[in-house]
Design a binder for this molecule. Structure first.
Ligand code: NAD
Ligand code: UDP
Length: 325
């Protein structure tokens, strides 16, 4: 039991990352409110928490105001996979911008601390490698990824302006590609795609030449970093990169998934997606020095756990994202 039981709101709390965070906060004895519109998630992610007296689930869309009394807010609501956020790009931008405005207004009224789930996508297709927090990014404002990238950038702006103008106690984290159990099997992200394809013996689809890189962080490591940031010193508000600096080409990832699953699937090359970042790797010196945080789970180990999870779920129970106009 923590010394102080806090009332904690997690927006997007039924999603991949949100559900792991809710679970950890509930286990610590906090009074947890999960708000989600289930656009990209399903109740099964939080089913095991529903009977707990310190967990509450509210179906709500963060683009609409919400009146709650809370001590802390984790703002994770936003579709995160490219296929999900490009499905209704205008809604994605509204979720980031209006959603941030709503939680910041709540934080101001309640004097709550509020943490924004920002992203490595604020760096766009980076010209600086690896990416430190001081890099201001290289984002195409009119491309198909802009609804997400620019929405998240605008949300960061709102967080810092509420902090400067209204003294709201904020935290901003920039999350790099994170994977693990409870990813949506049809979200189209590279880890879920490759594992699903490998388990089913389908072709493994590589977009482009497979030489683009990403750095993959296991979910448990990331949640440790997120909670360290929320509970860290008030002088350190971020933005801070949270991710695993191990860098892999997409082709290397595909080969590792093939090895770990023992699949007979073949690699097939598909056209690259527009504005796809060619390289991505976080500098995490700030998180190390300010939070004493660094990831511990190697890719091979994390992938094995994720493969075990994908094998354990009935994929026919997952639906495509709901149209959300
Ligand atoms: P996810 O899609 O599993 O989770 C997002 C959740 O937000 C879902 O449950 C979805 O239903 C909910 N949601 C979406 N729009 C909403 C709205 N308008 N109102 C209420 N709920 C809404 O994705 P995730 O990977 O868990 O991502 C969570 C957060 O972390 C997102 O903000 C994302 O941008 C950020 N992030 C994730 C990664 C990653 O690699 N997983 C990387 C960078 C940033
Ligand atoms: N990718 C791929 N095959 C897939 C899905 C994704 O080659 O089936 C590539 C994608 O083009 C990108 C990288 O994998 O270069 C990571 O994509 P993801 O959608 O997971 O996340 P991103 O980091 O691009 O937001």
């Amino acid at each position: 039991m923590p010394k102080t039981i806090k009332r904690i709101l997690v927006t997007g709390g039924a999603g991949f990352l949100g559900s792991h965070l809710c679970e950890r906060l509930v286990d610590q004895g906090h009074d947890v409110i999960c708000v989600d519109n289930f656009f990209t998630s399903q109740k099964s992610n939080v089913q095991h928490l529903l009977g707990k007296p310190n967990f509450e689930l509210i179906r709500h869309d963060v683009t609409h105001p919400l009146w709650l009394e809370v001590d802390e807010i984790y703002n994770a609501a936003c579709p995160a996979a490219p296929g999900h956020y490009q499905f209704n790009p205008i809604k994605t931008m509204k979720t980031s911008v209006i959603g941030a405005t709503n939680v910041l207004g709540m934080a101001k009224r309640c004097r709550a601390k509020v943490l924004q789930f920002s992203t490595s996508e604020v760096y766009g297709d980076p010209e600086v490698h690896p990416q430190p927090e001081s890099y201001v990014g290289h984002v195409n404002p009119i491309g198909p990824r802009a609804c997400y990238d620019e929405g998240k950038r605008a949300a960061e702006t709102l967080f810092f302006d509420y902090h400067r103008s209204n003294k709201v106690n904020i935290r901003v984290i920039r999350i790099f590609n994170t994977y693990g159990p409870r990813m949506h099997p049809f979200d189209g992200r590279v880890v879920s795609n490759f594992i699903r394809q490998a388990i089913r013996g389908e072709d493994i689809t590589i977009f482009g030449d497979g030489q683009q890189t990403r750095s993959f962080c296991y979910v448990d490591d990331l949640i440790n970093g997120i909670m360290a940031m929320m509970n860290g010193p008030d002088e350190f508000i971020g933005p801070v990169n949270l991710g695993n600096p191990g860098e892999f080409t997409i082709k290397q990832l595909a080969e590792l998934v093939i090895e770990l699953t023992g699949t007979k699937s073949k690699l097939v090359m598909k056209p690259a997606t527009p504005d796809d970042p060619k390289q991505r790797k976080p500098v995490i010196e700030l998180a190390k020095s300010k939070l004493g945080w660094e990831p511990k789970v190697p890719l091979r180990e994390g992938l094995q756990k994720t493969i075990d999870y994908f094998k354990s779920v009935d994929m026919s129970k997952f639906r495509a994202p709901t149209p959300n106009y």
